[in-house]
Design a protein around this ligand. Structure first.
Ligand SMILES: NC(=O)c1ccc[n+]([C@@H]2O[C@H](COP(=O)([O-])OP(=O)(O)OC[C@H]3O[C@@H](n4cnc5c(N)ncnc54)[C@H](O)[C@@H]3O)[C@@H](O)[C@H]2O)c1
Length: 321
């Protein structure tokens, strides 16, 4: 199939490109490189350096590629920026999505898969939330993911475009940008490998459902290939396994220490200190991915310990280049 991946030069998008390419599909990428990099893309994948908000440029890409499948990963994904600049957030996440949906419909694409978010839809939950847990997004970023899913439902009902929303838990892994606010694993890896101590917000007992990026990419591939019931479906993509930031930091510290020793470095990774709690942080966020297992045949393959070690190895290798 010919697949257009928006945000394909980013963290999750580039793993989606890898997964689809390995399955024999032809991938094309739209990315404005605001946080992504062409270095994340395998050789031979055509990159259109285009902003999803640029209507005519997006239309031109669809005319050239005529994709059968569209994977929409591009987004403004900073919650704090969405609070400061809700209009910019909506331009990228709502109007950008509408550009993609409109072109997908115009060019007779068969299916679109959309990167949604479990955490921002379900809020604080102490047990893994199923898809029918009430959605109550509180940030403009969360509102755009909620609205995005409503637009998918509209295009499915009105135009017969098959639309799948994947509600990711906390995604981590190789290629995650350590300069964003969300990627705690990437931020901690970069600091610890430099021998610095990242600060743990508050008491560190903030529970998250960490899911490995390449596993999320396999979920995207399954969302294209599986027979989904109806024209619109939403699936949680996570592990349901709780990890708090203190546990995460301890595992990463040991893995970074080992990676540094293997590189011949005698740097000691300091114990991360605790700082003030960050206003608005959820205490606990977990998703139940039973529906993805049943209907997409997807289950995560890489557990948190293995995933963190692979991520540290990737960052350590990159830092040593
Ligand atoms: N990382 C997570 O834990 C997580 C959790 C839930 C949902 N998501 C969603 O997954 C998707 C991918 O996130 P990621 O973690 O890979 O982030 P990322 O920043 O690595 O990837 C986003 C990509 O989109 C590109 N982009 C941003 N704005 C664009 C625009 N206006 N036009 C074209 N390209 C643009 C960026 O350059 C980048 O390559 C996003 O939609 C995000 O909201 C991520």
């Amino acid at each position: 199939m010919r697949v257009l991946v928006t945000g394909g030069a980013g963290f999750i998008g580039s793993h989606v490109v890898d997964a689809l390419t390995e399955r024999g599909h032809d991938c094309f990428v739209i990315d404005n490189l605001s946080s992504g990099s062409p270095d994340n893309l395998p050789d031979g994948v055509k990159l259109f350096e285009v902003d999803v908000c640029d209507k005519s440029a997006v239309a031109g890409v669809f005319d050239e590629v005529r994709p059968q499948w569209v994977c929409h990963q591009a987004a403004q994904m900073s919650v704090s920026r969405s609070v400061r600049e809700p209009q910019f957030d909506a331009e990228v996440n709502v109007l950008g999505l509408l550009n993609i949906l409109t072109q997908a419909h115009r060019c007779d694409a068969e299916r679109i898969v959309f990167a949604s978010s479990g955490g921002v839809l379900y809020g604080d939950v102490s047990e893994p939330a199923p898809e029918d847990h009430p959605a109550d997004p509180i940030s403009p970023y969360g509102i755009t993911k909620w609205v995005g899913e409503r637009y998918l439902q509209f295009f499915a009902r009105e135009h017969g475009l098959t639309c799948v929303a994947l509600r990711y838990a906390n995604v981590y892994g190789p290629r995650q940008n350590p300069h964003g606010e969300a990627g705690v694993v990437a931020i901690f890896c970069q600091k610890m490998l430099a021998g610095e101590a990242p600060t743990i917000n508050g008491d560190g007992k903030y529970i998250r459902d960490y899911v490995y990026g390449p596993d999320v990419a396999q979920a995207n591939a399954a969302a294209f290939e599986a027979d989904v019931p109806g024209k619109f479906a939403a699936y949680n993509i996570g592990t349901g396994h709780p990890t708090d930031v203190n546990q995460l930091a301890a595992t990463l510290r040991a893995a970074c220490q080992q990676a540094l020793a293997e590189q011949g470095s005698d740097v000691t990774v300091p114990d991360p200190p605790h700082g003030p709690a960050r206003a608005g942080d959820l205490r606990s966020s977990l998703v139940d991915a039973a529906k993805a297992r049943q209907e997409l045949g997807w289950t995560p393959q890489v557990d948190i310990t293995e995933g963190l070690h692979r991520t540290v190895d990737w960052f350590a290798h990159r830092a040593s280049l």
